[in-house]
Design a protein around this ligand. Sequence first.
Ligand SMILES: N[C@@H](CCC(=O)N[C@@H](CS)C(=O)NCC(=O)O)C(=O)O
Length: 207
Amino acid sequence: MLNILGKPASINVRKVLWTCAELALPHQLEAWGTGSLSLQSPQFLALNPGGLVPVIDDDGFILSESNSICRYLADRHGGGRLLPPPSRERALVERWMDWQATELNNSWRYAFMALVRHSPLHQDASLLDEGIAAWQHNMGLLERHLAGAGPYMTGATFTLADVVIGLSVNRWKATPLPHAALPAVDAYFARLSQRPAFREHGNNGLA
Ligand SMILES: N[C@@H](CCC(=O)N[C@@H](CS)C(=O)NCC(=O)O)C(=O)O
């Protein structure tokens, strides 16, 4: 049985849960990072020395990093769904997954920590302005991409690029900041929200 270790509220854990739901993949969830299941315990650090979720245990195969886990699950169980076999089409899916994990993730961190987590370490007004501007810049790139493409990130087919970008758009919309008008992003978000798995793990009230 596939075992997913991680808090169900974590955006990176939700990528894995959404992927499992799209693939109708049986799994169980151990809510590491909540209650007594500490990410700093020796038991957890033996699985991921970085002390971060998600981690999976797939019949003894241990893997961390949410995007790597999603790729692994789609390759093993998707039969071409969510992630094409090696090809230019796949390269474009992975391009957006990498952009999400590097450029987009880095741009939202300060504003998210300040405005949603209310972190005392993230309350510098000018750094917050810079953070919001960086996040808005990347959302503008996404808007221009979706306005010229679609209906999904890499064209006609829903893929893992939509799982990782969809959760990112959800975070953007759920964070209380002045939102620029992004009609193509809004239409994309509404399209994704028609999927039961996104309503359960993405557009579910959590940022
Ligand atoms: N690059 C990692 C990042 C994982 C990550 O940042 N996980 C967060 C939750 S979203 C975490 O475990 N934070 C530690 C904590 O909550 O104590 C991935 O994509 O899996």
